[in-house]
Design a protein around this ligand. Structure first.
Ligand SMILES: CC(C)(COP(=O)(O)OP(=O)(O)OC[C@H]1O[C@@H](n2cnc3c(N)ncnc32)[C@H](O)[C@@H]1OP(=O)(O)O)[C@@H](O)C(=O)NCCC(=O)NCCS
Length: 145
């Protein structure tokens, strides 16, 4: 049997999806909200941000964090992640945070472990960098166990 293939650029909305489909499809298929970015300043100086890509129904956020190069190694990375975690728990009412980190990103791994994130999984050879594949480590933290 030959199937015909059509190609659509970008996400396509299908009006055939019903509530039962939402049990199995990714939440992003059903609801897409813009990320929330927490910015941090020390005496007026920008020292980093934490971006939360939120899954509303699951009360989970995928986090990305960044400290400007000239501010690194001073403890800001750990500080902003800890503050973001508390804000996510106490103000945003999130249930968990997820961070995906490349296996060679040692400072990030150290910070996540030091504030109680657990290594939950490994996406094998999911990152291409410097001419070879590396694993992506999946870290998670339940905020209100
Ligand atoms: C990862 C990042 C946020 C760390 O910020 P930072 O302000 O330098 O972090 P801290 O000063 O809080 O240090 C965190 C830990 O890493 C260690 N560390 C810092 N630089 C390191 C390096 N080059 N190699 C090994 N360890 C290092 C620190 O000693 C500290 O560990 P400790 O608490 O045991 O002493 C920063 O490097 C960055 O923005 N990198 C680019 C973006 C990125 O990687 N984001 C994360 C993925 S989403």
């Amino acid at each position: 049997m030959g199937l015909k293939l059509l190609i659509h650029e970008g996400q396509k909305e299908f009006d055939i999806l019903d509530v039962e489909d939402s049990y199995t499809l990714s939440e992003r298929r059903v609801l897409r909200v813009p990320p929330v970015t927490l910015e941090f300043y020390d005496a007026g100086r920008f020292v980093g941000f934490v971006e939360l890509d939120i899954r509303v129904f699951n009360r989970n956020a995928y986090i990305t964090f960044y400290v400007p190069r000239e501010e690194r190694g001073k403890g800001y990375g750990k500080m902003i992640l800890q503050l973001a975690l508390e804000h996510a728990r106490n103000e945003m009412n999130l249930h968990r945070l997820t961070a995906e980190v490349y296996e060679y990103n040692i400072p990030s791994i150290k910070i996540l472990e030091s504030i109680g994130f657990e290594l939950e999984g490994r996406l094998k050879e999911a990152k291409y960098h410097s001419g070879r594949y590396w694993d992506i480590l999946v870290f998670g933290k339940i905020l209100n166990p």
